[in-house]
Design a protein around this ligand. Structure first.
Ligand code: T4K
Length: 387
């Protein structure tokens, strides 16, 4: 291998879940065991006298995210599906193809046609100018994604929505803790979804959340995540099962205590990557603007032709050194078999297509050693010397 740089002896993963201390978790599990209450811990049961982990976590997350209304869910996808259902959206919703499958799928599960729209080259989020061109009489909403924790053009999207009387929904699966000028990202638009999957900085192994600006909406959202059951003999809406159990809520409570530590570790890793990689022609570090609080969810670079090797070549090269990277989001959702020949795809997405070929997520988590980060940077720098 090049210049005596040996492959890593163990796999360097793109991410590793943040997990609490096992003894702390055991203590919490003991409490749960003692109580005999293991799930269905939402506000309804809190009001009935159970001080559940679910309720405690929900309250703490609402504060952390700086939002007026918040509901916990068993994953981000269910949360988004419920958010869409809450507004009884129908017809067409304009969204980005540069996202995870769950974004458009959540619309389809609500009998809505996702209409893919190109993205902005700088932020990689849905391009408001393109959105306006796709609005028809069937359009009922816009679903933006704060991809890699980069805020969408929230003001422009909300202005368009106001003009055409549309709802604005946001997928903030990557944007836990993101703030714009100190304002929680979950306060923009009508609803915002968060994911607490194991690969997310803040995680409950599987989990998610929904934020909304009208706290009075909470009762309806809570009903939708609990089969629409209001009381033993009263079912008022066609809800589903979106409840997070007590064990996962306990993991969330413990992870919330260590999240700022993890953020600090990632900030340092980010600094080392940025300092080293920014010097390399053709490697462009993707970063949020100064007025935005970073979610530290991913470390993303765009590999342009100036680098001399394609993104795919870099991916394969690093793999030989036991380094796992990810091509989020390639292929675009508009190229998925289930969408490509449907009315979801109405035009071309030149900006998104280019981004999907250039973006690479490098290993990024608090368990990465700083010398490992430097070695990854060196390998990328030295790549041109490989025959
Ligand atoms: N919207 C957006 C924009 C999203 O990115 C996502 C989820 C959603 C909506 C839906 O939210 P949820 O319903 O999931 O809450 C992963 C995650 O499974 C997925 O949650 C995430 N986006 C997506 C971007 O990434 P994969 O297929 O890349 O994950 P996987 O299993 O290959 O894991 C990646 C790496 O993480 C592994 O190679 C190693 C490490 N890992 C992973 C797991 C699960 C571990 O070390 N331990 C683990 O337990 O989708």
């Amino acid at each position: 291998m090049i210049n005596q740089i040996e492959p890593f002896s163990h796999p360097i993963l793109v991410t590793k879940p943040l997990l609490p201390d096992l003894q702390d978790l055991n203590r919490m599990l003991q409490e749960i065991w003692n109580s005999g209450w293991v799930t269905n811990g939402g506000v309804k049961h809190f009001k009935a006298g159970h001080d559940t982990k679910h309720y405690q976590l929900e309250t703490k997350l609402q504060e952390y995210l700086k939002v007026p209304g918040f509901s916990l869910f068993n994953n981000g996808t269910t949360a988004l599906m419920v958010g869409i259902k809450q507004y009884l959206l129908q017809g067409e919703v304009i969204t980005t193809p540069f996202t995870f499958a769950a974004t458009p799928h959540s619309l389809v599960w609500n009998n809505i046609t996702p209409v893919f729209c190109d993205i902005d080259n700088t932020t990689l989020t849905i391009d408001p100018n393109e959105v306006e061109k796709l609005i028809t009489e069937k359009t009922t909403g816009i679903l933006g994604v704060h991809v890699f924790g980069m805020p969408c053009h929230v003001d422009s999207l909300m202005a368009i929505a106001k003009k055409y009387k549309l709802r604005v929904l946001f997928d903030a699966a990557h944007a836990f803790g993101t703030e714009i000028d100190g304002t929680g990202i979950g306060t923009y638009g009508d609803i915002t979804m968060f994911s607490f999957h194991a690969t997310k900085l803040f995680n409950t192994i599987e989990g998610g959340g929904l934020t909304y600006n009208s706290p009075e909406m909470k009762d309806e959202i809570e009903l939708l995540k609990d089969f629409g059951i209001q009381s033993e003999e009263k079912v008022t809406s066609q809800g589903l099962n979106g409840k997070l159990n007590e064990i996962q809520a306990a993991i969330g409570l413990l992870n919330l205590e260590i999240i700022d530590d993890e953020r600090k570790k990632r900030a340092l890793i980010r600094e080392i990557y940025t300092e080293n990689l920014n010097k390399i022609k053709g490697i462009n570090v993707f970063s949020v603007p100064n007025n935005v609080r970073d979610s530290y969810q991913y470390f993303v670079v765009r590999i342009t032709k100036d680098f001399g090797f394609s993104r795919d070549k870099v991916y394969d090269f690093l793999r030989k050194y036991n380094i796992q990277t990810r091509k989020y989001f390639y292929p675009l959702c508009s190229d998925f078999d289930c969408y490509k020949d449907t009315s979801a795809v109405r035009n071309k997405y030149p900006v998104a297509e280019k981004a999907a070929k250039e973006v690479l997520c490098l290993p990024f988590h608090g368990q990465l050693q700083l010398d490992e980060v430097s070695k990854i940077c060196n390998l990328i720098k030295e790549m041109k010397y490989v025959r």
